[in-house]
Ligand binder design. Structure first.
Ligand code: AMP
Ligand code: MG
Length: 350
C-alpha cells in the first residue's frame, strides 16, 4: 500500500483533512496528530477496520483501544449515561489529554473493548484531530502510533519508519505538543482511580473535591497474577533495545555524583537536564530539557535515538513523582524495565 502524506505543518487545510476523513469512512487507517501523541485511527464502529490497527501495531488483542469523539452528542450513542462524578470529570477535562472509562453500548465492537464491558473515551483538543472526527462523522478508535512496546510516536520521521506502507494516510503537523499519552481514569464508587497518569494530574482532579487513588501498577511492577484494570499496564513498554537505568535524588548534586560514578565504569550515554549537561564528564550525553513539561515533550523521541549510540548503558536522570512527574516516572520505569535507583530511599528496583 502506498501511504499518502498530507503536510499540515504550516496551515490547517480543512479540505485535506476532509480527504483523509474519507479513508476513515472507507474503513482504512489514518495516522493523525493529537495534543498528546500521534494516533493510528480507524472508524471505531467498524470492527474489521479496527482489527487492522492491531495488525499494523502488532498489538496484543487483549489491550483495548481508546475511542476519540469531537462532541458530546456522540457520547450518548456509544456509552451508557455517565454518573455525577463522571459527568463532572467530562465537563472539566474534555476536550483535553484525558480519557475516561465508561460502560460501552453494543455499537462498540468487541475488538475495540478487547471484550471488556467498558470503553475508554477521549475528546482531543487538537484541531486536526477534531476536524478529522467531525468530517468522518464517526468516533475514531486510536492507540498511539508506534509498534507495540516501542516509545509512542511524537513526530512523523519516527512514525514513517514504522508505518510507511501500512496505513492509508498520514497527517503531519510536526512535533506534538505534550508528548505523553492521555491520563486514563475510571470512576469506582465515586472515587477516581488513575489507571495511567498523564498531563491531567492527580492534583488537578483532587482540586475538584474528588477523591483520587493511583493504581498500584503505575509505579509498581505487574507481577502477572492479579487482574489489571487497564490491560496496557501488563506489557513491556517504551523501551529502547539498549539497557536503560534511571537514577534519582532530590539532591541534584548527589544524583549527578552517583551517575558519574556509574558512567565511568562502562560505555554510557547520559540523558540529563540541560542545566546539568556540563557536569557530566563523559562523551555521550543528550539534553532532555529542564522542566517536567519539557522532559515530557522530548522524552519519547530521545528514547528512539539511544540505540544509535551503541553504548552498554543509558542512564536517565530521574524526577519527583508529583504532578507530571508521576506520568514521567510511570513511562521511564517501563523504559528502564524497573532498573531504577532512588538514592533518597535507597530503593533499588531491578
Ligand atoms: P494507547 O495504546 O497508548 O492508546 O493506550 C491505551 C490505554 O488505555 C491502554 O493502556 C489500555 O489498556 C487503556 N484502556 C483502553 N480502554 C480501556 C478500558 N476499557 N478499560 C481499561 N483500560 C483501558
Ligand atoms: Mg500506546
Amino acid at each position: 500500500m502506498k501511504t499518502r502524506y498530507i503536510d499540515l505543518k504550516n496551515e490547517i487545510n480543512e479540505e485535506k483533512i476532509e480527504e483523509a476523513s474519507k479513508d476513515i469512512i472507507n474503513g482504512k487507517l489514518v495516522i493523525f496528530p493529537t495534543e498528546t501523541v500521534y494516533g493510528i485511527g480507524a472508524n471505531a464502529l467498524n470492527e474489521e477496520a479496527c482489527k487492522n490497527i492491531f495488525k499494523a501495531k502488532g498489538r496484543a488483542v487483549d489491550n483495548p483501544l481508546i475511542v476519540h469523539i469531537n462532541d458530546l452528542n456522540m457520547l450518548n450513542y456509544i456509552v451508557e449515561e455517565p454518573n455525577e462524578v463522571e459527568e463532572k470529570l467530562i465537563n472539566t477535562f474534555f476536550p483535553g489529554p484525558f480519557t475516561i472509562i465508561l460502560k460501552a453500548k453494543n455499537v462498540i465492537p468487541k475488538t475495540v473493548t478487547a471484550g471488556l464491558k467498558t470503553v475508554g473515551i477521549r475528546m482531543p483538543s487538537n484541531k486536526i484531530a477534531n476536524k478529522l472526527i467531525e468530517y468522518a462523522k464517526v468516533p475514531i478508535a486510536a492507540p498511539s502510533a508506534n509498534i507495540s512496546g516501542r516509545p509512542s510516536g511524537t513526530n512523523i520521521s519516527d512514525i514513517k519508519k514504522e508505518f510507511d506502507g501500512k496505513v492509508s494516510t498520514i497527517l503531519d503537523s510536526g512535533m506534538v505538543d505534550i508528548g505523553l499519552e492521555s491520563t486514563v481514569v475510571q470512576v469506582i464508587k465515586d472515587k477516581v482511580r488513575i489507571l495511567r497518569p498523564g498531563k491531567i494530574t492527580k492534583e488537578n482532579i483532587e482540586s475538584l473535591g474528588i477523591e483520587v487513588e493511583i493504581d498500584k501498577n503505575i509505579l509498581g511492577k505487574y507481577d502477572g497474577k492479579e487482574k489489571v484494570l487497564s490491560p496496557g499496564m501488563k506489557y513491556r513498554h517504551y523501551a529502547p533495545n539498549t539497557k536503560c537505568m534511571m537514577v534519582y535524588s532530590k539532591d541534584e548534586e548527589k544524583m549527578i555524583f552517583e551517575i558519574n560514578k556509574i558512567a565511568c565504569k562502562q560505555k554510557t550515554l547520559i540523558i540529563c537536564r540541560d542545566r546539568n549537561y556540563n557536569k557530566y564528564n563523559i562523551q555521550y550525553k543528550i539534553k532532555m530539557g529542564n522542566t517536567l513539561e519539557e522532559i515530557a515533550h522530548n522524552i519519547f523521541s530521545i528514547l528512539r535515538k539511544v540505540d544509535k549510540y551503541n553504548v552498554d548503558l543509558v542512564i536517565i536522570e530521574g524526577m519527583e513523582t508529583t504532578g507530571l512527574g508521576l506520568a514521567l516516572n510511570n513511562r521511564l520505569l517501563r523504559a528502564c524495565e524497573y532498573n531504577c535507583i532512588d538514592l533518597d530511599r535507597m530503593q533499588i528496583y531491578s
